[in-house]
Design a protein around this ligand. Structure first.
Ligand code: 5GP
Length: 142
């Protein structure tokens, strides 16, 4: 898929935003939605997406970054606390060559622990009951 393509409203995160497919939601307001990644690189791996129809890094309006990143910080704080993480990685894969597979802008919040390697990006599906339990823990920490 070319990075020059327009926003496609049938992408999987647009469907999640519209409630057409389920997700393990941890946070939502007028600006952003956060939910667990179903193929987590670490326990508690969370995705934050803006409510704007934006493909990637270079499409987000200037004035939307501040409010959006405030939500990322708020959710990252809850993820860290809920999962007992020692550190956090924020990641954004931009463009197909950059590893982006879903073309609705999103920031990955990935909990880190000393000596614990990340699982590979988008490879291992997590069990629904584990995702459910982690989402509950994160919601409780918000
Ligand atoms: P990207 O590769 O575009 O940076 O990240 C897309 C992420 O979305 C991947 O980490 C992948 O595991 C996750 N993902 C793909 N499909 C779904 C889905 O249907 N639901 C959820 N919750 N995550 C998804």
């Amino acid at each position: 898929m070319s990075d020059k393509e327009p926003y496609q409203p049938d992408n999987i995160f647009a469907k999640i935003l519209r409630g057409e497919i389920p997700c393990h939601r941890v946070f939502e307001d007028d600006t952003a939605l956060a939910f667990l990644d179903i193929l987590p690189q670490a326990d508690g791996h969370t995705l934050v997406i803006p409510k704007l129809a934006v493909r990637g890094l270079f499409d987000m309006p200037d004035d939307a970054w501040g409010p959006f990143m405030q939500r990322v910080q708020k959710v990252a704080s809850a993820v860290k606390k809920a999962m007992g993480a020692e550190g956090i990685n924020l990641r954004q894969f931009d463009g197909a060559a950059g590893g982006q597979t879903v073309f609705h802008l999103h920031v990955h919040i990935i909990p880190r622990w000393e000596g614990v390697a990340l699982r590979r990006h988008g490879e291992l599906m997590e069990k629904p009951d584990i995702l459910k339990a982690n989402a509950e823990k994160i919601r409780a920490a918000l």
